[in-house]
Design a protein around this ligand. Sequence first.
Ligand code: PRP
Length: 206
Amino acid sequence: MINVALPKGRLGEKVYSMFEEAGYECSSIKEKGRKLIFENEEAGVRYFWVKPSDVAIYVERGAADIGVAGKDILLEYEPDIYELLDMNMGKCRMCVAGMKSFREDLNKTLKVATKFVNIAKKYYASKSRDIDIIKLNGSIEIAPILNLSDVIVDIVETGSTLKENDLEVKETIVDISARLIANKSSFKFKTEEIEKIKESLKSQIK
Ligand code: PRP
């Protein structure tokens, strides 16, 4: 039995169809409802819908053998897992953004609001830039508008959230996409099956 942690949402639904194509069908997953665990004993697969940012935790701890997680989460939490495949989906960028009018003063500590504390810390450490981190949990874009921070470090996908709030990208830190990840010991004991899934997903990547 292969246990798969799927990120709840549109990306997860696309990922499920790819697993289905790979021979791991579980049609009950398509029924509307609040159920979170789906199993097809014959196909030897069990799926869990989890919060996208939690996929790596399930996989790292072995509650799931494999899963699909965003590179943002992998960079932020550095879970002890194997990253098997770039799915070329869920593409976005991790950026520094701020008000269009903001001009950085290099003599002052930069106030940075973000959900991605480690990514931000590492990025600015690499530039030897002193920062003051303000950890937020969402709607990060509000911070520079209300003067809570100078800039934000956040995900930019279409750019509409920035645009509609009069903000702009100042720097791109890293490109992000969804990755197939595996638990280390699952990979050791279920190598053949996990490799088979990986190869099938790989062949379906556009
Ligand atoms: C993410 C991110 C931005 C937005 C970017 O937020 O934090 O706010 O998407 O997308 P865009 O460039 O297409 O506008 P999310 O919807 O995950 O919610 P959050 O505010 O809880 O972070």
